[in-house]
Design a protein around this ligand. Structure first.
Ligand SMILES: [Zn+2]
Length: 636
């Protein structure tokens, strides 16, 4: 069995948790759950970093002991993780004996290598950061870029770690292991830091008391950063060379926000190299979140209101939005209006409706899950798409490309919705002859939902279980792994359906803005009936589609029948453009397709979407792109 060890940073207890912590931790949770789904033996670490001058200071101000203060903050973290359904295996506290004994062992080992020496540190220091700034980092005006405070000149007797010795080994390691630091931009940044030269780092403080004394000189306290980084091994019982340490080290993924990448990608691996331990396999730094375009700021009161958004849309929608909306390595702009749009389009409309419709037709026409007796058009295509989806999602999850993994699953969900439309399955109930085909289509739709439930379970564990429960699958199916979706047909027939219930009831945010008397509240801005809201616009699913075939519709002068490629699927569109385009003129062109339009029959031919064109006077021109785009790409 493969092992998978994933970590978040241990968060500093100088403040209560916020959405930034939630973002990292939910992403780590998704990965941990995904690897459990693959059958890996997973160890998922999160925790808190409790030592250092800042903590001592806050506790002094509150007139309580630092330990009592840390106990309070630590519990706000564990409460939040429980609320966000975070499935960690250990919540490491740096005040625990497990950690302290591990730190002592690591520092002693480091000391024996000769890479630690005593020296005088003179330098510019930021107290809130608890670190010295090198000359290159200071800039000309010596202001901490994070805290916007002037750096202080500090002189101290310190112990140092000979980090500079590891400059070349680190460069070599990064070049030999292209996946070591992700994303690429962060990797380049770290290489730049390395190439401009590493300075040795101090690893102790003599003026601080709240921390772990150096085992070889107890007059000095371990520098909080060096001590905190050690948590990734101490949590595995490194002190006793425990079973977990032997099993899980080196970590598969250290996950963090980009501001602390330097500690994880340079200092920590150098420490490990010094004590001859393997370095982590991947260090992945994600971007920062902003809120409606503004940087989060406690002082300015700009924050992500998790309570309100989870209260309105539910936890799973919040988790979905965080990982679907943003490309993980880049900064992301959190917008409640986008969460609302995603909720209504992806969750309520695409997934919720598919489940509802399918269950409704099954319960109306069959006793339980029907048997797939009568294969027909599109079945093979869908089964192949399911197989390809599982492989593609796996590759994307391996690369931590969460947004595209979810998009891949949703392409499949939308395809199944169209399968129901294309086969007009509801009409097959009319005769006993077509009932077998109807049962097969519904079986396939339910099997598709079972597959989707498995794949979304790391992102939305509760939703996955609710889908399974409504399909009539008992709790034993909740543990179904990725191997159960590799082959089509794992859904047993004959099961009685569970109670149908909308998994994502539609949110009409306009309706919910009511006064206490039940009348709609006045909008903050005067409404103009001719304007649509951004959300209304967002409901349109516009896609790049390539025309792969075109022909005239017999006995209809105006109509062309087009086959278009949307990347994940092909569609047939009937368009009234025959007077302006010969069929062969269109082949190879990329057009804009309204992809979520209800299918319609035009002269008896099904049209699955609409293309955009401009009309002026007698002229008509189909909208195209000024350069080639991937088929299926969204148009906004
Ligand atoms: Zn600072």
């Amino acid at each position: 069995m493969s092992t998978f060890y994933i970590t978040t940073p241990i968060y500093y207890t100088n403040a209560e948790p916020h959405a930034g912590h939630a973002y990292t931790t939910i992403a780590a949770d998704v990965l941990a759950r995904y690897h459990r789904l693959k059958g890996d033996d997973v160890f998922f670490l999160t925790g808190v970093d409790e030592h250092g001058e800042n903590i001592q200071k806050i506790a002094d101000q509150k007139n309580i002991s630092p330990q009592a203060y840390c106990d309070q903050i630590a519990s706000t973290f564990t409460t939040l993780w429980e609320r966000l359904n975070v499935s960690y295996d250990i919540f490491l506290r740096t005040t625990s004996e497990l950690h302290k004994s591990g730190v002592r062992k690591l520092l002693n080992t480091l000391y024996k290598t000769g890479d630690i020496y005593k020296g005088k540190y003179e330098g510019y220091y930021c107290r809130p950061c608890e670190r010295f700034f090198t000359e290159k980092e200071q800039g000309t005006n010596r202001i901490c870029p994070i805290h916007n405070l002037p750096l202080e000149w500090v002189e101290e007797d310190n112990y140092f770690f000979a980090l500079s010795k590891y400059q070349d080994p680190l460069i070599k390691h990064i070049h030999e292991n292209p996946e070591f630091i992700q994303p690429e931009s962060r990797r380049n940044e770290m290489l730049n830091v390395l190439e401009s030269g590493l300075e040795d780092v101090s690893i102790s403080r003599s003026s601080v008391s709240w921390g772990i004394p150096l085992p070889f000189d107890t007059e000095h306290i371990s520098y909080v950063w060096i001590e905190a980084l050690s948590n990734y091994v101490t949590a595995l019982d490194y002190a006793q060379d425990g079973e977990k340490f032997r099993k899980f080290w080196p970590a598969d993924v250290h996950l963090m926000a980009k501001d602390i990448a330097r500690f994880h990608a340079l200092i920590w691996p150098a420490m490990l190299m010094a004590v001859k331990l393997p370095v982590p396999k991947k260090v992945v730094a994600h971007g920062f979140l902003t809120k409606d375009g503004e940087a989060l700021s406690k002082t300015l009161g700009i924050f992500i209101d998790m309570d309100t958004d989870i209260g309105t849309y539910g936890l799973d929608a919040f988790r979905y939005y965080l990982l679907r909306e943003f490309s993980f390595g880049n900064d992301g702009d959190y917008r409640p209006s986008r969460l609302d749009a995603r909720y209504n389009a992806d969750l309520a409309n695409d997934l919720g409706n598919l489940l509802n419709r399918t269950l409704g037709l099954v319960s109306k026409n069959f006793g339980g899950i029907p048997e797939p007796t009568t294969a027909g058009e599109f079945d093979a295509e869908i089964q192949q798409m399911a197989r390809e989806m599982v492989e593609k999602v796996d590759a994307l999850m391996d690369q931590l490309v969460f947004d595209m993994a979810l998009e891949t699953i949703w392409e499949f969900v939308r395809r199944i919705n169209r399968y129901i439309q294309q086969t007009q399955v509801w009409a097959l109930a009319k005769s006993e002859e077509t009932k077998g085909r109807m049962g097969t289509i519904l079986y396939n739709s339910m099997e598709a939902l079972r597959v989707v439930a498995v794949l979304i379970s790391p992102f939305m564990p509760n939703t996955a279980n609710r889908i399974r429960q409504q399909l009539g699958l008992d709790e034993s199916f909740n543990d179904q792994g990725l191997d159960t979706v590799a082959e089509w047909g794992g859904l047993p027939s004959g099961l009685v359906l569970g109670k149908p219930e909308p998994i994502f009831p539609r949110k009409d945010t306009k309706k919910s803005k009511r006064t206490s008397k039940g009348r709609p509240a006045q909008a903050e801005q005067p409404a103009d009936d001719n304007l649509i809201s951004f959300d209304q616009f967002q409901e349109l699913d516009l896609r790049v589609a390539e025309v792969i075939a075109a022909e005239k519709v017999p006995n209809a002068d105006r109509l062309l029948k087009l086959q278009v490629d949307l990347g994940s699927e092909k569609r047939q569109v009937v368009a009234g453009i025959a007077a302006h385009y010969a069929p062969e003129d269109l082949i190879g062109k990329q057009i804009i397709l309204v992809a979520n339009l209800q299918p319609a029959k035009i002269r008896g031919i099904e049209s699955q979407g609409m293309l955009l064109a401009a009309e002026g006077g007698k002229e008509l021109a189909v909208a195209t792109f000024e350069r080639r785009m991937p088929s299926g790409a969204q148009v906004r």
